[in-house]
Design a protein. Structure first.
Lengths: 296, 296
């Protein structure tokens, strides 16, 4: 596990350095928007999605540094979704990763615009991946199409919609899965797909890495639901029990903690099976247990 | 003028048919988001920006139908900006184009997400322009980079930020121009640029068509400011005087109506001069006077 943690740390440093490079300077005019964008992007976070882009590229033979623009673009999309999700008309959360949420720091209008700005700027940065040597133009276009689909109304946004509309309503298992696949797994899946596609992986491998992404994506959400119930407030950086407060539909609400843990374990096992035929899969194998046993 | 109006009408029909094709079906699940997206996209509008993409492509020798994905993507970006701009934390407007605004119809959360969805889906649709015969992949990538820059934190969003932060504050002429160039002219400029780039226009012509866009873009905003003061409520579709209500900085507030009209006329003249060397420029010549004399 030490080996994995070192690798995650090394990638995280690369991502954060690149994010700093790809985000506009906060002294530009009007500085409020650039400050708000940077505040939320650098408020912490595991950088899981950009690391998946990089490691997936590496798995298929491309140096991980070559996909940094796409990796950073996906992290910007993830950050925008958190800023908008925290707004008063959505989950109305005051804290995120132990810090005041964007709208608590900058006001609702600037937070709304900072989310819009990060989402838009993400596509600028991803499109610029074309300028990296060895990256094919048609791969970048496929990646843009796939990322916009995964994060748009047919992807992540539809999960947010179901999440909001089903507050206080009892939903069935199928709806819970739909919501979590869209809200969480889609962006994790497309991170893996994008790295592989830029590295020139074939259709068969693209499907496999996506299947792995779906398994760990839902597993990731189940663990999130569990941590929101019994996690350590100081470690997860936001009040425990916010799902209950908002009367959210979660795996814990539907199945209870023990059953949810079993489900997460089952997904972990399935994710490992997907990897069987891959070479150099150690990172992705270890990552499953790391995400399964995480405390934040 | 009759000839111009026929041409605008013909393009508008093409754009609206294509928008219907490129937007997800509203019977998909969860239907609320697709209904909200379509409600705002089909709430009316001149379709000026997509028409500029098409006519600019045509000016440089490409059939206008070939750039419909990019044209529709830009209209989706324009619509997202209106939905978010109308939200309570922004301008808090109840009517747009004679109809209740998106959040009045669907609630704030769904309106926020419908804006996010349109912005994200726009890049999906624009990326798909690569599948049109005769369109080059590197041109589509340049167009995506340019559109995301023009509508992101270095473009349109920065204009919105200045607009919001300068409510009730006296700003100088330079700041007013910055705000209106970013808020309005950037998307008009990039519409013209995108059509020309997809048609293979050279660097010199790309700069010229952008300069034309900047002139008519600011002119367009000045006329907007004038109509908000003395327009016909029934024709413009929203209450006259909303700028005064929100204590907005406008050309009318800074220069008065007569001086603003003179400024608009000066920009119209300059826009015509930019066109001098172009062939087949009739549409773009007539468009200037049409936009200058518009009543909505």
């Amino acid at each position: 596990m030490k080996e994995l943690e070192n690798e995650l740390y090394e990638c995280k440093i690369l991502v954060e350095r690149a994010l700093d490079k790809f985000l506009p300077d906060e002294n530009l005019y009007p500085s409020e928007i650039f400050k708000a964008m940077r505040y939320s992007v650098f408020a912490g976070g595991k950088r899981l999605r950009p690391i998946l882009v990089m490691k997936s590229a590496e798995l298929f033979g491309l140096e991980k540094e070559k996909v940094l623009p796409t990796a950073c673009g996906i992290e910007m999309i993830h950050t925008y979704s958190l800023i908008h999700d925290d707004l008063p008309c959505m989950d109305n959360d005051d804290f995120r990763r132990g810090k005041p949420t964007c709208h608590k720091m900058f006001g609702e209008a600037i937070a709304l615009l900072a989310g819009d700005a990060l989402l838009t700027h993400a596509f600028y940065v991803i499109a610029k991946n074309k300028d990296v040597e060895g990256i094919k133009e048609n791969a970048v276009l496929d990646v843009i199409a796939k990322i916009s689909k995964a994060s748009g109304p047919l992807g992540m946004v539809s999960g947010q919609v179901v999440d909001i509309l089903s507050e206080g309503v009892n939903i069935d298992e199928k709806t819970l899965y739909f919501m979590d696949v869209k809200k969480t797994a889609e962006l994790i899946k497309v991170s893996l797909w994008a790295g592989a596609r830029l590295a020139g992986a074939d259709e068969k491998d693209l499907i496999k890495i996506e299947t792995y992404g779906e398994k760990i994506g839902i597993m990731f959400q189940i663990i999130d639901d569990i941590l929101d119930t019994n996690g350590d407030e100081k470690i997860i950086g936001k009040p425990v029990g916010s799902d209950i407060k908002n009367d959210k539909n979660t795996f814990v609400k539907m199945f209870g903690i023990e059953q949810s843990k079993l489900l997460a374990n089952k997904l972990a096992k399935e994710a490992k099976e997907v990897l069987v035929e891959f070479k150099n899969k150690e990172f992705f194998m270890m990552l499953i247990d790391y995400l399964l046993n995480r405390s934040h």
